[in-house]
Design a protein. Structure first.
Length: 335
């Protein structure tokens, strides 16, 4: 396994003004906060007395918001319903400095909303409002046309796949082919059902469990991660596979050259929700700014450590990355 020199916080200034196109599945993350005082007499379930509600952008929208927090210009292209969820998501994006005009409304299809009921910061229940059937052909064409139109100004493309019926064989080959033809680096946050469609691309970011399912392998050790990633390289045209491994950190496996093991940096894991979106955003921002893939991956690992120390989805800024780097041990951060 190779090792790298320590990260330079001055490099973060290069992210400012870069432009990234984000396509994929947008989500409204809804948090219902309350307390539990008793068990329901109707069923053996807790009764949560609601005390507050919080809405945050999730999925591809969370990637976009994380990019803006890094000082990156963002184009977001996705599909929403003609409903209150879309209105709320648009407002959240505007508040974060992301233009919501690329959200394409579709009649008869709900905006995806994930409602989490929390008591004393513990999740009690999650309710999902969604339609994950394939979008109609005319919607798929509108989506692809809008994304290709925005691709011309992008320094990188993010494909944020939550398997909600938008990204499939109608859209992915066109988008990835166009990006390859224009020399635009592509970062893909994958779902197993579409694995064979993620080609060509610069890097995909499966977690260890997803990689195991995609390759039908049992994976426990770094060596087994590398072997599985090499199998993926044999099936797809990729520059690298970046495998997220939770408390074990990350493992970057390039098509050529030595793998890079990146230790986890989180001092306390509070909530992993949205951490993958943060990794994707930082990785894409770094590539758009001309970072080497290994450098971008190590910054993404640093951002993940910040993200999991918070409740729910949250954007990580350049300033927070620099502060976390300053507080962390240089040898660990350097890989």
């Amino acid at each position: 396994m190779s090792r790298e020199t320590p990260l330079d916080p001055a490099a973060l200034a290069r992210l400012s003004g870069r432009r990234v196109l984000v396509v994929g599945d947008v989500i409204v993350d809804r948090y219902l906060h309350g307390r539990v005082d008793r068990i329901s007499p109707e069923a053996p379930v807790p009764v949560v007395r609601l005390e507050g509600e919080e809405l945050r952008p999730g999925g591809a929208a969370n990637v976009a918001v994380n990019l803006r927090a890094l000082g990156v210009e963002v184009d977001l292209v996705a599909v929403v319903g003609r409903d209150g969820g879309a209105e709320r998501l648009g407002a959240l994006l505007r508040d974060a400095g992301v233009d919501p005009s690329g959200l394409l409304p579709v009649t008869g299809r709900p905006t995806t909303v994930k409602s989490r009921v929390l008591a004393r910061h513990q999740q009690v229940l999650r309710l999902d409002e969604e339609d994950d059937h394939p979008v109609p052909d005319d919607v798929a064409r509108r989506f692809v046309d809008r994304a290709v139109e925005r691709l011309g100004e992008a320094g990188a493309l993010v494909v944020s796949d939550y398997a909600k019926g938008l990204l499939d064989g109608r859209s992915l080959p066109v988008l990835l082919g166009e990006a390859a033809a224009r020399g635009v680096p592509v970062v893909i946050d994958p779902k197993i059902r579409h694995f064979e469609l993620y080609t060509p691309a610069t890097v995909i970011t499966p977690n260890q469990g997803e990689l195991a399912r995609a390759t039908a392998r049992e994976i426990r050790s770094p060596g087994e991660v590398v072997a599985a990633a090499r199998e993926v390289h044999g099936r797809l045209r990729l520059d690298a596979v970046l495998v997220t491994r939770g408390e074990e950190g990350m493992l970057l496996v390039p098509r050529e050259g030595e793998p890079l093991e990146i230790p986890a940096l989180a001092r306390e894991v509070y909530d992993v929700t949205g951490a993958g979106d943060t990794v994707t955003a930082v990785l894409a921002a770094g590539l758009a700014a001309g970072f080497a893939l290994a450098e971008a991956a190590r910054w993404a690992n640093l951002a993940a450590a910040v993200a999991v120390g918070r409740l729910g989805t949250a954007a990580v800024s350049r300033e927070e990355l620099a502060r976390f780097l300053a507080r962390s041990d240089g040898e660990e951060v350097g890989g």
